[in-house]
Ligand binder design. Structure first.
Ligand code: NAD
Length: 323
């Protein structure tokens, strides 16, 4: 399966593991890269840029294949020195970065200087065009189905992907709602050159989270997510648990981020992943949970998705043409 993205990034399969706070560790990212996809280490899991540098170097030592780093620029409870994180990423020697959230203008000079290919993940055509203008090498188009931050326009991938294809000259990665070979085949049909998955990789043997989280995704259907932070214009799709319901109720009374902070802090979400207590904090999950039915190894998952997509393309798509 050779596409513009596999060629651009030097990977075997058009499957990328997107940035995931607390989950995109060197262990998971290197497993994805070793399986022929692109693994991505999430820089902000490390509390300082110095620690991020060590973690990225550790990840680079765990695979001979390309690997990337995610840097997400969003409002945070404590200020984050994004520029210093960007410097650490550049110093590590990594050659692929996924930015997300705000456009990467402030960190772009650092990445360009280090000859890093930047994939910007965004949720609107306007933001994708800005990424192209800033010199990104590719864009990841995140549909409304996605986990984490789907933006404020609520446009699903089925519309965003062909729109992006028509508007941009860059290779496009389809993100949000992808979890199997049917999704990969569909993404290719819509004009994408690869898929990006988060939640699906959360339910794998190598994901560094408690077994309860993985099982919760297997048990969940597509309605098991909730949107929070709508009132703050920083919408986030998370697993629907007691805290999610509580946050939405507080938002109906126009609660401020200061009032919500004790419930929503990332450090509390980290505890959920460590202890397996599903209701302790907010944790990110996408609608794709509805089609997650098992907990395979990363290599089993990647191989299965590629084989399923190939079968669909060869048997079903080519098979329905009878002239
Ligand atoms: P945190 O503990 O600082 O904040 C928790 C949540 O509250 C985050 O979703 C954050 O965006 C939101 N928030 C904080 N201050 C806010 C404000 N003033 N207005 C509106 N919303 C506010 O963050 P964390 O959980 O430690 O994560 C660190 C950063 O990494 C966040 O920006 C997070 O969204 C981001 N991240 C996201 C993804 C993804 O795939 N969605 C992946 C990696 C990192």
């Amino acid at each position: 399966m050779q596409t513009k993205i596999t060629k651009l990034l030097g990977i075997k399969y058009p499957i990328i593991q997107g940035g995931m706070q607390w989950v995109g560790t060197p262990e998971l990212a290197s497993a994805v890269s070793n399986a022929g996809g692109l693994g991505i280490v999430t820089a902000l899991i490390s509390p300082t840029p110095e620690q991020a540098l060590k973690e990225i170097k550790r990840a680079l030592d765990m695979t001979d294949s390309p690997i990337g780093v995610n840097l997400t620029i969003l409002p945070t409870l404590k200020p984050v020195p994004y520029r210093e994180y960007a410097n650490a990423i550049a110093e590590s020697g990594v050659k692929i970065v996924e930015t997300a959230g705000k456009n990467p203008q402030e960190v772009m000079p650092v990445f360009k200087e280090a000859q890093i290919k930047v994939i910007h993940k965004c949720t609107s055509i306007q933001h994708a065009k800005k990424a192209q203008e800033l010199g990104c090498s590719a864009v990841s188009i995140d549909g409304f189905e996605c986990a984490g931050h789907p933006g404020e326009d609520d446009i699903p991938g089925l519309i965003l992907l062909p729109r992006a294809k028509d508007e941009l000259n860059l290779p496009i990665i389809a993100s949000g709602g992808f979890g199997d070979g049917r999704g990969l085949a569909a993404a290719l049909c819509l004009g994408a050159e690869a898929i990006n998955m988060g939640t699906r990789f959360l339910a794998t043997k190598e994901a560094p989270v408690h077994q309860n989280i993985k099982q919760a995704l297997v048990n969940a259907d597509e309605k098991q997510t909730k949107l929070i932070f709508r009132t703050l214009h920083n919408t986030a799709r998370i697993y629907k648990n007691k805290i999610a319901e509580q946050v939405v109720e507080m938002e109906k009374r126009n609660a401020s981020i200061d009032e919500l902070a004790p419930l929503v802090s990332g450090l509390r979400g980290k505890k959920v992943f460590e202890t397996g207590d599903l209701d302790y904090g907010v944790w990110t999950a996408g609608m794709v949970a509805g089609i997650i039915r098992d907990i395979p190894s990363v290599a089993e998952l990647v191989t299965r998705i590629v084989e399923e997509a190939k079968d669909i393309i060869k048997e079903r798509l080519i098979g329905i043409i009878n002239d």
